[in-house]
Design a protein around this ligand. Structure first.
Ligand code: PLP
Length: 385
């Protein structure tokens, strides 16, 4: 640290020099991120709530009400009148909370000690962190030929150690939706906690369904679903960090509660102590500002771009891995190694991401990628082989 205070302008210039090294969403070159630039109004509101701390909600009763309202509004999208939950830092923390609730619940009511969680092979890596932190074993369910969780594989993996089953509504690599209704039935019949990870799909599937897209039910209308992760900071256009975890029963929060002496509330169920109220306020703002109409329009535009890219790729002779259900396109070329395509695109200034299962270039059609960027991308892809 410097001995003497430094002038604000100098500090700011220094910081902006660093910031120049960052990629900018607005350039349309970031092709593999599930995040995007937040809506300007959400950013404005975020700044006004920077000092609020939901870790001590008795001091910030108004902001706590905002969080409750946001959870209720997201719940409405997910077919539940009275959800219990929190706005957290992202999908990782939301998934961690869900698995912690499941583990504690199974410990309390079934006496399970060395628990297991059944997750699809396509699950986000956050479940590995959760299992590690919570001392649980991961049991990986196979995928079917369409890269979705194999229902029979899940059935065969259930044991008296199973504390939770996880399925995904909008997989990170391919944007696919697992057969959640079938898994819900199995979980319900076997009295096992069922968590749906809709970190990516939660802010688009409900709107796309309303628009008539043929997408499966994935929410609390299915009786087996105990909790859902939804990330406002992905398709919700809220500023980072904003994840959402919603539970069907308050009891799932209660099994995680620890005493919180010296605070204005007696117990705390979140993983994080001091935590932002700004995320809740900004999410509230952007949800009201967009409304269902705004989000439907956004989701539909992203799907239009998805199909535009998919068709363009096919015309150029690329193989599209699967018919996109959400706004992700994954592809390969029959004659060029995928990593080579990725390298060449990188050289041309694109930031691409390569999926592992199956290996493919993976493009997430977020709001910062416009049609003109896609046309430029297709031009570059034409040159590559
Ligand atoms: C993005 C994502 C996560 C992790 O969310 P973070 O906000 O990065 O913590 C978890 N699950 C799925 C399906 C995701 O797409």
């Amino acid at each position: 640290m410097d001995e003497k205070p430094i002038d604000k302008d100098i500090i700011l210039n220094e910081l902006l020099e660093f910031h120049k090294l960052d990629y900018d969403y607005a350039d349309g070159r970031i092709l593999g991120s599930m995040c995007t630039e937040a809506h300007p109004f959400a950013k404005e509101v975020f700044c006004k709530f920077l000092d609020t701390n939901l870790g001590d909600p008795g001091l910030f009763k108004g902001t706590k009400q905002i969080e409750n309202e946001v959870i209720k509004s997201i719940g409405e999208l997910l077919s539940i009148d009275e959800p219990y939950g929190h706005i957290v830092t992202g999908g990782t923390e939301a998934n961690l909370m869900a698995i912690r609730a499941a583990r504690n619940h199974a410990r309390k009511y079934k006496g399970i000690v060395d628990g297991e969680i059944i997750i699809p092979a396509s699950a986000h890596f956050s479940f590995k962190k959760a299992a590690d932190m919570l001392n649980l074993n991961i049991v990986e369910a196979e995928l079917d030929d369409n890269y979705k969780i194999d229902v029979d594989s899940v059935k065969s993996l259930i044991s008296d150690k199973t504390v939770a089953i996880v399925a995904i509504a909008g997989t990170t690599e391919l944007g696919l939706i697992d057969p959640i209704e079938e898994i819900s039935k199995i979980a319900f019949e076997n009295n096992i906690y069922f968590h749906v990870d809709a970190a990516f799909g939660g802010f688009s599937i409900p709107f796309l369904r309303d628009l008539g897209y043929d997408l499966p039910v994935f929410d609390f209308s299915l009786p087996g679903v105990c909790s859902i992760t939804v990330d406002p900071h992905k398709m919700g256009l809220a500023p980072i960090p904003a994840g959402g975890i919603l539970f069907r029963e308050e009891e799932y929060l209660e099994v995680m509660a620890v005493d919180s002496p010296y605070l204005t509330v007696k117990t705390q169920s979140t993983i994080v102590g001091t935590r932002l109220g700004a995320s809740s306020a900004a999410t509230y703002a952007v949800m009201k500002y967009f409304g269902k109409e705004g989000y439907s329009k956004l989701a539909n535009e992203m799907m239009e771009n998805t199909h535009f890219l998919k068709e363009g790729l096919k015309e150029l002779g690329y193989d599209v891995v699967c018919e996109p259900e959400l706004n992700i396109v994954a592809f390969n070329h029959p004659d060029v190694e995928t990593n080579l395509i990725a390298q060449k695109l990188e050289k041309l200034g694109w930031k691409v991401s390569v999926a592992k299962c199956p290996v493919a270039i993976r493009i997430v059609l977020m709001n910062h990628i416009k049609k003109n960027h896609l046309k430029e991308l297709l031009e570059d892809l034409k040159e590559i082989y």
